[in-house]
Design a protein around this ligand. Structure first.
Ligand SMILES: Nc1nc2c(ncn2[C@@H]2O[C@H](COP(=O)(O)OP(=O)(O)OP(=O)(O)O)[C@@H](O)[C@H]2O)c(=O)[nH]1
Ligand SMILES: [Mg+2]
Length: 579
């Protein structure tokens, strides 16, 4: 699951960079934040699983200049955190070990993943994916033992650049301290963040800073209203922080000394796996909306490809297999039959021709050049190539129609450009496959001739009539000329002698057998063309075109990896596997 969330986040990030639509950009940015939170929360689960005892993690969060770093110092009784009147001063998560050692935090680098752990003094504004961890000797009465995190703000203009660090520190926390000042407590960003974090179910306390005397009750009441609007859990304790002018720092109220210790006792990790699952389920549908939209486009594209293949096969049948003048394959089988028959008049001629050729040349002619010549002169091969070209033109038209229909989604337009760049390559491949098919299919043609020849042998009357007819000899010469490259297959089909022999056979006792063999040959031919040309060559490549869409612009997450992630999400028995 972690890998899937990371992949999804990474794809959202690259797609966001290419996204021009402002509303989409805002939406995608929100989803990236949710994914960062989900990823961090899954990592937190892994951290808890990695060893039985983990130090308590407390994070101080809030808008810029609310006094987060100042409060961290107050709670720690030191000046460890940097305080400044400059907005956006703290830009890295900075952890301070209180009552524990650095060694107790040895699992944290794994939790932070690509974020690098540095010493506090090494943190620099040049690089945001870092955090620091500092061991302190101070002992604070307010703070339980554990790590106290000072975090960057989440509301300044620059905060988008270091937001991931804030979210990672927050997801790690067992207890949250929200610091708001009287100027900032009503800000939309504060309450959006609190609503965003509800799924983590962390014990929380709100610190009200920079108070002016007498305003405390009014502000607390207002805070309560804001909380109710943003969250459905109980309103937390509010700690008013009084400002100590002498020290120039807020003062933690004496009455609240034990508050953080009490919150620490409420911490329980029993429901971590369930909360993680709830978090994922809450956003799952929205996160995957663009991925599913792509899958829908792919499904539509598959339908389109199959429709177009059917249309191509229909025209192959209409213009070739079932076309009385164009269908040459069976005629070719008859030509082969004539050669097998060894017609008397023709035999002499054949012998002469054979003698004229040396043996190796004869072999060569038999094996390759004869077949190659037949393929080159084939009307079928030319027609198939034409059909392929026509199919791609039609596909382009359909893609443009789709692009027109779905103007808000430029998937179709992009696919059309991929098709345009691949067009020549697809046609070249198809053309090579058509030649190979045709060459290979000549075996079937020769087999058909053999079949007819055996049948004729069982019909001596027909056989003798054939052999004795002058026109058969003429046809045999034509057939032989085809072999030697003297004519093409089409010339053979329309040669009057061939036509006469064909009708003689059709009207003979083996007429119905001929029809049967011809129709079997056609069926075999259709099945072979469909499989080896349209399915294995053209459609396979067309269906793979969406994979070539840029991963910068598209999610390109396969249905299989989505299904696998979804199974993990919904399989309750394996809820813990999420971690
Ligand atoms: N008047 C008054 N000023 C305060 C109080 N707490 C902090 N400050 C001042 O407010 C400024 C910001 O304090 P920080 O603690 O750096 O605030 P922060 O929330 O960490 O700010 P960023 O790191 O920029 O997000 C500093 O100049 C502090 O001295 C307070 O209670 N009252
Ligand atoms: Mg700060």
């Amino acid at each position: 699951m972690l890998e899937f969330i990371q992949l999804l986040k990474q794809r959202y990030q690259s797609v966001l960079n290419q996204q021009g639509n402002e509303a989409r950009r805002t939406l995608y940015q929100l989803r990236i934040d949710q994914l960062i939170l989900a990823e961090a929360f899954i990592r937190k689960g892994q951290l808890l699983n990695s060893s039985a005892v983990q130090p308590l993690q407390v994070a101080v969060i809030g808008p810029t200049q609310a006094g987060k770093s100042s409060l961290v110092n107050v709670l720690l009784h030191t000046e460890a955190a940097g305080v400044s009147p400059l907005a956006g001063y703290t830009v890295h998560p900075q952890g301070f070990c209180h009552g524990i050692s650095l060694a107790d935090c040895h699992d944290l680098p794994h939790y932070f993943g690509r974020f690098q752990q540095l010493q506090q003094s090494q943190l620099s504004k040049e690089r945001y994916d870092c955090y620091s961890l500092t061991e302190l000797n101070s002992a604070s009465p307010y703070l339980p033992h554990g790590v106290l995190w000072d975090t960057p703000d989440f509301d300044s203009i620059d905060s988008a650049t270091y937001r991931e660090g804030v979210i990672r520190a927050i997801a790690l926390a067992d207890v949250l301290i929200l610091v708001v000042s009287k100027e900032k407590y009503a800000d939309q960003s504060v309450w959006e963040m609190m609503a965003f974090l509800e799924v983590l179910h962390q014990p929380t306390v709100i610190c009200l800073n920079k108070l002016t005397e007498g305003s405390e009750n009014l502000l607390t009441h207002s805070l309560q209203e804001k909380w109710r609007l943003a969250r459905s859990d109980d309103f937390p304790s509010v700690v008013p922080l009084l400002y100590e002018t002498q020290a120039g720092a807020p003062l933690w109220s004496v009455t609240q000394t034990a508050l953080l210790q009490q919150l620490a006792q409420q911490v329980s990790h029993k429901k971590q796996a369930r909360f993680t699952q709830e978090l994922l389920q809450k956003h799952w549908h929205a996160w995957l909306e663009p991925v599913r939209a792509e899958h829908q486009c792919i499904a539509d594209w598959q339908i389109l490809c199959h429709e177009i293949m059917q249309a191509a096969l229909d025209s192959y049948q209409r213009d070739f297999l079932n076309h009385p003048h164009h269908y040459e394959t069976f005629q070719h089988a008859l030509a082969e039959l004539l050669i097998l028959l060894e017609v008397p008049y023709f035999a002499g001629f054949l012998a002469g021709a054979r003698k004229a050729l040396t043996w190796p040349v004869r072999q060569l002619m038999k094996l390759s050049s004869k077949r190659q010549h037949i393929t080159n002169s084939s009307h079928e091969v030319a027609l198939l190539k034409q059909i392929a070209e026509h199919t791609l033109i039609q596909l382009t038209d359909k893609l443009l129609d789709k692009a027109e229909q779905h103007q808000q989604n430029d998937w179709w337009k992009a696919l059309n450009s991929v098709l345009r760049t691949q067009r020549i390559h697809l046609l070249t491949d198809f053309s090579a496959a058509a030649n190979t098919y045709h060459l290979n299919f000549q075996q079937d043609v020769e087999q058909t001739a053999q079949q007819l020849y055996h049948k004729l042998q069982q019909q001596p009357l027909v056989l003798n009539t054939l052999r004795a007819t002058r026109v058969t000899a003429d046809a045999a010469v034509i057939a032989f000329t085809l072999h030697t490259g003297g004519i093409g297959v089409q010339a053979l089909v329309i040669a009057p002698a061939m036509l006469t022999v064909t009708s003689m056979l059709t009207e003979s006792a083996i007429g119905s057998y001929m029809h049967k063999v011809e129709s079997e040959l056609k069926q075999q031919q259709l099945a072979t063309v469909k499989q080896s040309l349209f399915i294995d060559s053209l459609i396979k490549q067309l269906l793979a075109l969406p994979e070539q869409l840029s991963t910068l612009t598209y999610f390109n997450i396969s249905q299989q990896s989505l299904d696998a992630a979804e199974r993990q999400l919904t399989d309750k028995r394996h809820g813990l596997r999420l971690l």
